[in-house]
Design a protein around this ligand. Structure first.
Ligand code: SF4
Length: 231
């Protein structure tokens, strides 16, 4: 009597893949990275029962892996419990539609420059310099921003100043853990910036102020008393 043919699962990786390597490392029998290292590919089928398809699908942080030739089995019990426990998920059920509505929108260059501390100006007054930064206002659009239900408005950065005579270093760091997590996935989205400035006159002290409504960081740098020149 002929043996029953082994049923095979066939997977597909969509263009949402961010080339994180997870599936290639965890399931090398099925996935391989393409030559440019830009997208994983499902290069082999897998016998039914060898893996739980949910383990494979959930391995991908951006839901780019699909089982294409067979229906998915019921979710494991733990998954169901996790779904119920994550009450926020149900409020965010339409995230994909909201993402698709904006995914082709281009971001203004100015907003990008803000994330690098480049949207700034320096004004000199009699006794001080004033450095003004236009800070990021909007969390950049990305699939994961919608999936993780991250609000649109950028949180405040934590700023600090280091003074070494004429040299001043101004740092701004994101502290919001959810938004910081997104930095690893979105292009041109560092979790902070450092600006180094050199002034003609040495600096004595600084004062920081943040206008949260308009996303303006102002650094006031008090000039040191001018050094008396020898006669
Ligand atoms: S786990 Fe997902 S994002 Fe990462 S390489 Fe595989 S398909 Fe791409």
């Amino acid at each position: 009597m002929a043996e029953a043919a082994v049923q095979l699962e066939e997977y597909f990786v969509t263009e949402d893949c961010i080339a994180c390597d997870a599936c290639c490392n965890d399931f090398p029998d099925i996935f391989q990275m393409n030559a440019d290292h830009t997208r994983a590919m499902a290069t082999k089928t897998s016998p039914v029962g060898k893996f739980n398809p949910w383990d494979i699908i959930n391995d991908c942080p951006v839901d780019a892996i699909k089982l294409v030739n067979l229906p998915m089995p019921p979710k494991p019990e733990g998954e169901k419990v996790a779904e119920v426990a994550d009450a926020g998920e149900s409020d965010n059920a339409d995230w994909m539609q909201r993402w698709m509505a904006v995914q082709d929108q281009l971001e203004p260059q100015w907003e990008r420059m803000k994330r690098y501390g480049m949207a700034s100006s320096v004004a000199e007054e009699k006794d001080r310099y004033v450095v003004r930064f236009d800070m990021p206002e909007k969390v950049p659009n990305h699939r994961l921003k919608f999936k993780w239900a991250i609000p649109d408005e950028m949180p405040e950065y934590k700023a600090s100043v280091e003074i070494h005579g004429n040299n001043v270093k101004i740092r701004a760091k994101l502290e919001d853990e959810k938004v910081k997590k997104l930095c690893g996935w979105v292009n041109s989205f560092p979790d902070g910036f450092l600006r180094e400035l050199n002034f003609e006159v040495p600096i004595k002290s600084h004062r920081l102020s943040y206008d949260a409504e308009n996303h303006i960081l102002e650094v006031s740098l008090e000039k040191a008393a001018p050094v008396e020149k020898a006669a």
